[in-house]
Design a protein around this ligand. Sequence first.
Ligand code: NAP
Ligand code: HSE
Length: 452
Amino acid sequence: MSQSSPGSPLPPASPDLPVLRVAVLGAGTVGTEVLRLIAQQGEDLAHRIGGRLEVIGVSVRDLTRDRGEHVPADLLTTDPAALVREADLVIEVMGGIEPARTLLLDAMAHGASVVTANKALLAQDGPTLYEAADTHGVDLYFEAAVAGAIPLVRPVRESLAGDRIQRVLGIVNGTTNYILDAMTRTGASFDEALADAQELGYAEADPTADVQGHDAAAKASILASLAFHSRVRLGDVHCEGITEVSAQDIAAAGRMGRTIKLLSIVERVRDETGERISARVYPALIPDSHPLSSVSEAYNAVFIEADAAGSLMFYGQGAGGAPTASAILGDLVSAARQRVRGGVGPRESRYAELEQIPLDDLRNAFYISLTVQDRPGVLAEIAGTLSGYGISISTIHQELIDQSEDGGEKSLAHIGISTHRALESAMTASLDVFSSTATVLSIDSVLRIEGE
Ligand code: NAP
Ligand code: HSE
């Protein structure tokens, strides 16, 4: 049996195999690993594809940086526009919207198939890329754009193409999972856990896209579009990040037997108006017994619920050079095989054109935490406001705030309330009342409860 490890005996692929010219845009964390895998597995890949991959150029900004043995200096170029016109296959791992968008459109117009890891671009302008692939009869693959090494795009758009997906729920951002996990394990604040994540290389110097939830929202828009055969753009995804999650929230969740995770949720919602879809990202409390609660460090995990398949769970490394490169190589082999044997890969499927349900119309369970005056009637007032909007309380936890060190009276309290499922609009209206009443000094947290 042939082995794929470097240096092992392998019958050489026929020298007459067709050659496929590969352009790589970017040689950073992911690009370098892509080039390593192509170099180390060249013979295996030739067998699997029925053609040889020849890297014809690697586009970067800085030509002087040493990028290791698998990124030969003579392949580097600062002219990606010229490079993509010479290629049969273009791998885009530069990131950002421009010039990536223009380069990919140009590559496809010149007949190249494209493999990209660029979730930001797909979430913002995926339809334009799909249309270009269609027009020019080439392929567009993007497994690496959602959850790194974890196969999710292919299962959703191919393996489950005959099923009816109801819901995809998961952790698709490793940085925020690392931070929330550290806060849960150590009691650290958000700022402390973020600094730790940056020091260990889990979080980038500018962590905005991760901690504000934008990265997870981009992935949610891609998953929703595929799962529900409808166009869901980044702006359609309700997005809340984890910057407001406090050590007190984590402790309160722990008291309730729950863990806080940043969840991406895309689902079908059926009500009297028919069927619509929801795509949203927010930190939520999930029961400690839920499988997602034990997903630690920077790992990702995703549940898919489909009518016939039932529940499926995917788990693994959602980021990092080698894991992400693995997903890219899988796409590269598919696109390359099609170049050799003919045919095209999956196209955009948007026939269902399902509408988005506004967040206000969703029903969710909540955990809210308030700082209130500690005097008779305050709890009754809060409960009265909630019940006036049809919100039923599930649990209440109260703690007096000890102001003795500040010379104050013990006259304030923290109240943590979890509710049964209620309309988002009802919770918003209740919070409006709380923010204008004298008895509530501050609304400290508002989090959803999921997975029950
Ligand atoms: P990175 O380390 O910052 O590398 C980006 C590379 O692209 C660098 O080599 C850079 O050149 C080059 N580049 C950037 N802008 C360019 C421009 N305008 N013209 C020419 N070259 C340019 O990024 P990465 O972490 O590898 O991520 C690449 C893509 O993969 C992004 O879309 C990201 O979202 C996606 N992704 C990353 C991961 C991950 O774990 N890192 C996981 C999944 C998906 P210089 O080196 O000269 O600066
Ligand atoms: N920044 C992302 C994460 C990896 O933390 O999961 C790229 O998708």
